[in-house]
Write a new protein. Structure first.
Length: 475
């Protein structure tokens, strides 16, 4: 078993201050495939000190120097992308095709997006005799989740490096290996010592220490709303900037002017991508009540045709969910949906019959639900979708907005102008029409309890910059 027991601090791989070995479980086998170390406050202090020391020099690098660095990182990352995909598949159960074509590819996309933004950004300009400067915010603490691990690591690390910031990264301790490969890539690319640091650990012993640390100037967190609140509270005493990309319970409004059966089938398949473990998944499907019967049949067919199984099989559509804890949570919520009276169209509790081992969850569809049910309110984060009927378009929009979250929304329509009108009324940060998502430059973030700030492209770069006004130059 290969082990990853060291942290990357100040340009070197170093032993943790206090040994604390942690098994990384392959969710398809329920067995450890590697081990890491969990860090402590002492490790965070070392990493922050290194980042603080490196900041004055790195923040003064020219745009050209940072462009060259990002170009080297992209070239090296592409060489090792198959290795990153394999790590992601093993650590969080993503089917290898998804891990290759989407999960690992997101790393390339975000570094290229940050590079483009860096080349185009105007860091200094004169505005009526006032010099406006955009300067790196300082030492940044980055906390990333397990569900799209490289996607969320790269979408933070790339713009932070582009902005001239220094970094302490805490990847998810249950899916950390792809991030450790990235640390090796950054080292080989010539990222200066102390500019990028990686400390593995849990939220209590590393994440909260980072959030409260007086020498960290910004926290960027992706994860649950509960976790985001904890980061914000810990950060409050030092008044640091907090960027949060949190939970979601996104609605998918199927309008009457579309092919409803096709839209429903596409919506089920889209929702189940990554075993439903996406914060922007369209987990609430809203269909006209008069079309409920045909929607149920289309949803059942789509669910039953998805292949659940071994992530290493290129024909697998859904792998396992991440952990036993997540498996139990999903099972409980499925049972609650049954108990509260929603119609179980497909799936249900328990593992698929052909998969007695691994954290596999049946593709589950509920229908004839209402928006007050637990399955319509709580983020399940598994392969579960809930179909809710509506009579009027206004009612559908009201249901879509009746949630604590506001990360994403979806509209299925055959009329683009009509779709746009509905999209403008949904209170969420990104709206996809007919399941057409954005790219690595499209701003991503949420309204309400889905977070603060926007990631990707120029939007992500701005998150890591302060604005300085220098006056009196014209006098």
């Amino acid at each position: 078993m290969q082990q990853y027991l060291k942290f990357y601090i100040d340009g070197e791989w170093v032993e943790p201050v206090v040994p604390n070995i942690f098994d990384v479980i392959n969710p398809a086998t329920e067995e450890a495939f590697t081990q890491i170390s969990l860090g402590s406050k002492a490790d965070v202090d070392k990493a922050v000190a290194a980042a603080k020391k490196a900041f004055p020099t790195y923040s003064a690098w020219s745009v050209g120097q940072r462009v060259e660095l990002l170009q080297k990182i992209i070239a090296l990352y592409e060489k090792r992308r198959p290795e990153v995909a394999q790590a992601i598949s093993m650590e969080m159960g993503a089917p290898i095709t998804l891990a290759t074509n989407s999960q690992s590819a997101a790393g390339t996309g975000h570094f290229k997006s940050a590079l483009k933004a860096l080349k185009e950004f105007q860091f200094e300009r004169n505005d009526g005799g006032i010099m406006l400067r955009h300067e790196p915010i300082g030492v940044c603490g980055l906390i990333t989740p397990w569900n799209w691990p490289m996607n969320q690591v790269a979408v933070k690390v790339a713009p932070a490096l582009a902005a001239g910031c220094t970094i302490i990264l805490k990847p998810s301790e249950i899916a950390p290996i792809d991030a450790m490969i990235l640390a090796e890539i950054l080292d080989e690319a010539g990222v200066p010592a102390g500019v990028f640091n990686l400390v593995n650990g849990n939220g209590a012993d590393v994440g909260e220490v980072m959030s409260a640390h007086p020498d960290i100037h910004m926290m960027s967190f992706t994860g649950s709303t509960r976790g985001g609140i904890a980061v914000a509270k810990s950060s409050a005493d030092t008044v640091k900037r907090v960027s949060q990309e949190l939970g979601g319970k996104s609605a998918n409004i199927i309008l009457r002017d579309t092919d409803i059966k096709k839209a429903v089938g596409d919506g089920v398949r889209f929702c189940m991508n990554n075993s439903g473990q996406s914060c922007n998944a369209p987990t609430r499907m809203l269909v006209p009540n008069e079309s409920m019967d045909s929607a149920i049949e289309a949803a059942r067919e789509a669910a039953e045709n998805l292949k659940i199984g071994d992530p290493s099989n290129e024909n697998t559509d859904l792998g396992p969910v991440i952990s036993n804890v997540q498996f139990d949570k999903i099972q409980n919520l499925i049972q609650i949906g049954i108990d509260e009276g929603a119609t179980l169209v497909a799936g249900g509790t328990g593992r698929p019959d052909h998969l007695p081992k691994g954290y596999y969850v049946k593709v589950t569809v509920f229908a004839e639900a209402n928006n007050d049910m637990t399955i319509a309110r709580e983020e399940i984060f598994g392969p579960v979708i809930t179909i809710i009927g509506y009579d009027t378009e206004e009612e559908a929009i009201a249901i879509a907005n009746d949630t604590d979250y506001g990360l994403a929304g979806y509209v299925s329509s055959g009329d683009m102008e009509h779709a746009k009108q509905v999209a403008t009324k949904i209170r969420a940060g990104q709206i996809a029409i007919n399941y057409t998502g954005g790219n690595a430059d499209t701003p991503f973030g949420g309204y309400k309890q889905s977070g603060n700030g926007r990631e990707k492209g120029i939007w992500g770069l701005n998150d890591y910059l302060e604005v300085k006004a220098i006056t009196g130059l014209a006098s």
